[in-house]
Design a protein around this ligand. Structure first.
Ligand code: HGY
Ligand code: MN
Ligand code: MN
Length: 407
């Protein structure tokens, strides 16, 4: 077993969480902001201190490579270090820093593995500022081209390409040039299951499908006092009705179906003016692709019906759409094996959140390891995982990577 230094891992997590730190103990490092640059610079510095060969690719993915005895396809681990605006300190960061702790332990044990070992962080996993999410890993596996990714822009009209250049992470390496032999991502569950069931390790078998759409609704602004209800063309009313409908639909469908209207902007956004414009997003997810399609169809039908009745125009823009992904069964078994070999309790489960691993599965056998999130909180500054669970997850990762790197 490769001995890790848990205190060092916790220290690294604290130091990275100090960048873009926000009230309540979380961090805000939206993709390609100055905070993201500072976080990147810190982690790249750690990679170089560890003697890793650091490569930055054309979408800003960063890979630290540790040579093996033989020049074979590497065993790669990694995740992301960009966060949402109300981010916790573990989402993404934990998988990257645990990967670096494995490298530190290999260096200290003076072990050179047969295969090279790589630790990566991918650009814009969150998709909070630029869509789609998992952008860097999607480009890495050829899911979208560089130009399409560069053109993605935020609400201020600033583009990915410009921001990559501005923060100095528009690298030279071709995304995907380094094809791993296998990819393993360690991540917090971000949901309540492991915590409620008091299980230590989540053996992740799949990632659910995700559907992100932005709707722009155009109505007629009018006086809130003088305009009779029969004459209203209220863009805000349609947006609100979609939120209520989507909630009811998810509850009616049951199972893994979830629905969220997370972003909503009204114009002119004044107390006494009927809104003439609403821009809002709908996030639908399900582990079952047919059910996810059904949910999309039902929401679209509801919007069409209300738009006609309210006489408003609606333009839909798909921001992200990924089908459910099933991880490599053999690799998933090895995650379970190593967790049990450490006498850790396990349970197999899907991932409710999107992850870079769902993209890497397109390129090589991939699996994920989950550790519990206290009260299932995430994308919330109160996101927390107990130190013992963080250490256990990292040890499973280390032992699995060591096995794979000798194959
Ligand atoms: O939205 C997600 O599932 C991920 O955090 N990008
Ligand atoms: Mn994440
Ligand atoms: Mn996240």
């Amino acid at each position: 077993m490769l001995p890790l230094n848990d205190r060092r891992l916790l220290g690294a997590l604290d130091e990275l969480a100090g960048i873009g730190a926000i009230e309540g103990g979380g961090c805000a490092r939206l993709a390609l902001t100055d905070e993201d640059r500072l976080g990147r610079d810190l982690v790249v510095g750690w990679m170089k201190d560890l003697g890793l060969d650091v490569r930055v690719d054309a979408i800003g993915n960063v890979i630290g490579l540790r040579a093996g005895r033989e020049n074979l396809a590497p065993i790669m681990t990694g995740s992301h270090i960009d966060t949402v605006r109300t981010g916790g300190r573990y989402d993404g960061n934990y998988g990257v820093l645990a990967g670096l702790e494995v490298v530190r332990a290999l260096n200290e044990a003076k072990i050179t593995t047969r295969r090279p070992v790589a630790v990566a962080f991918f650009t814009n996993e969150e998709g909070a500022r630029f869509q789609p999410d998992m952008m860097g890993s999607l480009v890495y596996v050829g899911g979208i081209g560089l130009n399409e990714a560069y053109a993605a822009s935020d609400k201020e009209g600033v583009s990915v390409g410009d921001e990559l250049r501005r923060i100095g992470y528009l690298g030279a390496a071709r995304p995907g040039a380094l094809r791993p032999h296998a990819f393993v991502e360690l991540h917090i569950e971000q949901g309540p299951i492991l915590d409620e069931e008091k299980v230590q390790i989540g053996v992740v078998e799949s990632v659910q499908g995700i559907s992100w759409t932005e709707y722009t609704v155009t109505g007629v602004s009018n006086h809130a006092g003088t305009t009779p209800m029969r004459l209203r063309r209220d863009a805000g009313y349609l947006a609100a009705s979609v939120n209520v409908f989507a909630r009811r639909l998810a509850l009616e469908m049951g199972g893994n179906q979830v629905a969220t209207v997370g972003s909503l902007a009204l114009r002119p956004n004044l107390i006494n003016v009927v809104p003439n414009r609403a821009v809002f997003t709908v996030d639908l997810r399900n582990t079952d692709e047919a059910k996810l399609k059904q949910a999309e169809t039902r929401v679209a039908a509801h919007i069409a019906e209300v738009a006609t009745a309210e006489r408003v125009e609606v333009v839909a823009k798909v921001l992200a759409r990924f089908e459910p992904v099933i991880f490599d069964a053999g690799l998933v078994d090895r995650v379970e094996h190593h967790a049990r070999a450490l006498s850790l309790s396990t349970r197999r489960m899907p991932s409710g959140a999107g992850h870079d691993a769902q993209m890497m599965q397109r390129m090589c056998p991939t699996a994920m390891i989950f550790v519990p999130s206290v009260a299932g909180l995430s994308h919330n500054v109160k996101e927390h995982t107990e130190a013992a669970d963080l250490a256990a997850g990292a040890q499973v990762l280390a032992n699995l990577m060591l096995e794979l790197a000798e194959k």
